[in-house]
Ligand binder design. Structure first.
Ligand code: PEP
Ligand code: MG
Length: 834
């Protein structure tokens, strides 16, 4: 091999930087000519002992630039874990990386010497693996033979070097390739791109997508996928290598062909020639040339103008060379933190609002974006904020060029950019303005995260200068039932407080409307209230109740036609209190809810303090694992009187209002706890007593639980969290803490079957109940009532009434049999369509 050929790169991963430096120095003493590319990923940035997967991934990319592959040697313990984890960050399908289980010092020496001599990746890896042999032979221990066998035939060893796992491009199986035709009208826009990227990242496979015109792009990058601009009818080539490649390619193919649950284009069977999304007629942005009504309703009110845009970071500022590593790490942390925050917000939502936020969070978490922005910091000394500005600006230009729906996503990119910059600079990004009166929100455009957080009590309507009929602002405004106009050029110049009339049907925006015009306002239009009763197409009864977690929810539940309350989160009577409220105070609070639902069932949950709902007087804030700690019913072991007082207050309030009160305890894990709770609740005067099933433990003993309670209610938010061992508040783990996960569905099936066997009512009161696509599946699993945010009841009621019980059961079985959430959704949808 000529000296000019790229050489295999070596990465030394150690807990201790001095150790790694000394080992490398020792090896370099054996190298006569130019050493190969070597990078050390050792110790913590502050000089301490430890390893860092991000740094390892950077080191791999640094020494792998030549293309000859990379050999990674680690010392011990978590260094191995960091190296394995680093591979997940190095989502570069071209880069071949081997993690070598050789002894650190001997292995480094052997690898560096061989790589310096121009040996190829296999030879360097083999040499490193055999490095212990001379020593073993000299000392006469048995390991020498074993080691030699391993080198001769690594496949023979049960603990063979992780070539398959560690080698991103040269694993034994041949590459898997398939083609899919994009079926959905909107093409591979932000949401489908995020879904594909999430799936591929989960599978850990190096997978690329390409069209005839563009690519290949790394399929863990939602931005990369989106800028393919693949519209309906486009053929997409899917290719992957490594373990699991064939299965992942097939999953992605099926996903693309499924149309992602969106509206499908009418493609004639043979009319699937490559068809990219055409650039928009508008050269740069799809903003309409005149105001456009995108969400119904005609309202009058004063405007509140929201102005936000980060200032352009100074391009002249440069980071000194020795501070670039730290700056790049800070940048990655900021991007991941923003992605995490957005995911966490998404977790609390359902339907399109959740999907939109998840897709936006995926932009912030995009590995290709991270690589590009970090390279600007490391290689050119750009400040982290400048790097984000430049890279997301570049992406925004590509989106604009694609036009149409993609151009409408530029606002999402700008929002992600501004959030990351705000985090890096510590300058708070202004959010939705707060006013002490209802207002019409006027903005240049609204980021999804702002829109989803809008309280329809305060915000009467939305007016934006940018955006089109398919912008996220429009989608979310419709879901929130807020009148909205987009494309209202110059609207942000209105003085705060100016009274305007907004018509979300005609796009009319009248400044200072006269009395005559004001009189034409009709108010907010939203889905009609649910007209119950909840039932399947063949008359199987499903009670559709509302969740009440704040006083304002009571009125909303009544207005939206809820058949009672399926989950009354009593914490709201206790939050912000430093002391337990008196029984009289509690009775008054509970009576308010009972009084609103005379004759209907109201399911009251006793205090669920702890973890995501800390209460200062009941929970401690120094638990290492609050979600697994003293929360929910468990707090009553420490403070039995708090629970008993609450149970007495509920019984008194129910008697006073003659309410049909059902009482249940959260976070039950054993039959003994359930039995004890039932006894205490009855002793306090409560008649109908049940428990929540939120832990896998409770699901497994559902039969025994049903034998001791009057009803059960499944908290799918926590059941998903505990079944999947994935923090419900973690954005990064949102794909796991998903009620569509087949494992969660099967846990629900256990409970549904136990309920059916014993005739025990089984409710679902987590966010899953508000997902119209999931509702029929839950019914098919044996659930007899669903409780959700009031706004979702009409949609869920409609979908439940459109399917027979038999169809729901088929959908449930199909979803349970699936292997992942996307497949479960697709299977349920298909079953319901037949
Ligand atoms: C749940 O866990 O699904 C539930 C309804 O309870 P919370 O979200 O209040 O924990
Ligand atoms: Mg819960």
């Amino acid at each position: 091999m000529s000296g000019a050929s790229p050489r295999v790169g070596i990465v030394a991963v150690s807990h201790s930087r001095p150790l790694a430096e000394a080992a490398v120095a020792l090896a370099l003493e054996m190298v006569a000519g130019d050493p190969p590319p070597i990078a050390i990923a050792a110790g913590t940035p502050d000089g301490g002992t430890g390893t860092d997967a991000v740094r390892v991934s950077e080191a791999i990319l640094e020494v792998g630039a030549g293309g000859a592959g990379v050999v990674v040697l680690m010392d011990l313990g978590s260094a191995v874990m960091s190296a394995e984890m680093a591979l997940e960050f190095v989502a570069d399908p071209e880069l071949r990386v081997r993690l070598i289980s050789a002894p650190f010092v001997e292995g480094l020496l052997a690898a560096i010497v061989r790589a310096a001599g121009g040996a190829d990746l296999d030879a360097v890896a083999t040499e490193a693996l055999a490095a212990l042999r001379p020593k073993s032979e000299q000392l006469g221990d048995a390991a020498a033979d074993d080691d030699q066998r391993a080198v001769d035939d690594p496949g023979d060893r049960a603990d063979a070097p992780p070539a398959a796992a560690g080698d991103l491009a040269s694993a034994a199986p041949p590459p898997a390739i398939a083609e899919a035709v994009v079926r959905n009208v909107a093409g591979l826009h932000a949401r489908p791109a995020a879904v594909i990227a999430g799936l591929v990242a989960e599978r850990g496979v190096a997978l690329t997508l390409a069209t005839d015109a563009k690519g290949p792009v790394d399929a863990t990058s939602p931005i990369g996928i989106a800028v393919l601009g693949a519209g309906p009818g486009t053929r997409v080539r899917i290719a992957a290598t490594g373990a699991g490649a064939a299965a992942a390619v097939e999953e992605v193919r099926a996903l693309i062909e499924s149309g992602f649950g969106e509206e499908l284009a009418e493609l004639a069977e043979l009319d699937v020639a490559p068809a990219e999304v055409q650039p928009a007629a508008h050269p740069s942005h799809e903003t309409p040339s005149h105001p456009l009504g995108v969400s119904s309703g005609r309202v009058v009110g004063p405007v509140a103008v929201m102005v936000h845009a980060a200032d352009e970071p100074d391009p002249a500022v440069r980071i000194p060379a020795d501070a670039r590593y730290g700056a790049a790490t800070r940048l990655r942390e900021a991007m991941l933190a923003v992605a995490g925050e957005m995911h966490a917000t998404a977790q609390m939502l359902s339907g399109q609002r959740r999907d939109v936020l998840v897709a936006t969070a995926a932009i912030a978490a995009d590995p290709a974006l991270h690589r590009a922005a970090e390279a600007l910091v490391r290689d050119e000394g750009a400040t982290p904020e400048r790097a984000v500005w430049v890279e997301l600006g570049r992406t925004a230009a590509q989106y604009r060029e694609l036009g149409g729906r993609m151009a409408e996503r530029v606002t999402d990119l700008v929002d992600v950019r501004d959030r990351i910059i705000a985090r890096l600079t510590g300058v708070e990004r202004p959010g939705v303005p707060e006013r002490d009166h209802p207002f019409i929100l006027v903005a240049d455009d609204l980021a999804p995260v702002d829109t989803v957080g809008l309280d329809p009590e305060c915000c009467l309507a939305i007016v934006t200068e940018q955006g089109g009929p398919t912008s996220h602002t429009a989608i979310l405004a419709r879901e929130l039932g807020l009148p909205a106009i987009v494309g209202a050029a110059g609207a942000t110049a209105l003085a705060d407080g100016t009274v305007v009339l907004v018509d979300g049907d005609t796009g009319e925006l009248i400044v200072q409307p006269d009395e005559g015009a004001r009189a034409t306002a009709t108010g907010v239009i939203t889905l009609p209230p649910f007209e119950g009763p909840g039932q399947t197409a063949d008359g199987h009864r499903i009670v559709l109740g509302a969740n009440v977690g704040a006083p304002r929810d009571i009125r909303r539940a009544v207005e939206r036609g809820a058949e009672g309350v399926g989950l009354f989160r009593t914490e709201f009577c206790f939050l912000d209190r430093t002391r337990e409220p008196s029984v009289d105070d509690q009775v008054a609070a509970y009576r308010e809810v009972f009084a609103a639902f005379v004759g209907s069932r109201v399911v009251v949950r006793t205090l669920d303090a702890g973890s995501d709902k800390p209460l200062p007087f009941l929970t401690s804030d120094d638990e290492p694992n609050p979600a697994l700690g003293v929360r929910g019913y468990r707090t009553s072991r420490r403070d039995p009187e708090v629970l008993d007082a609450q149970l007495r207050a509920i019984a008194r309030a129910a008697d006073a209002e003659q309410a049909d009160a059902w009482v249940m305890a959260p976070m039950i894990a054993t039959v003994a706890e359930a039995t004890e709770f039932v006894a205490r609740a009855r002793a306090a005067g409560n008649r109908t007593v049940g428990v929540m099933i939120e832990t896998p433990a409770a699901a497994f003993v559902a039969d025994e639980l049903c034998a001791v309670v009057d009803f059960v209610s499944i908290g799918t938010n926590d059941l998903s969290q505990y079944t999947m061992a994935a923090d419900r508040m973690s954005g990064e783990l949102a794909h796991l803490a998903d009620p569509w996960q087949p494992a969660v569905l099967r846990a629900i099936r256990l409970i549904g079957e136990a309920g059916t066997r014993s005739g025990t009512p089984v409710g679902v009161c987590g966010e899953a109940a508000a997902d119209p696509a999931l509702a029929p599946v839950l019914v098919g699993l044996g659930v007899t009532s669903l409780s959700m945010a009031a706004r979702a009841i009409t949609a869920v009621g409609a979908i439940v009434s459109s399917a027979t019980l038999a169809q729901c059961r088929t959908a449930a079985e199909a979803a349970c049999a699936a292997t992942d959430p996307a497949a479960a959704r697709a299977a349920a949808r298909e079953a319901l369509a037949t």
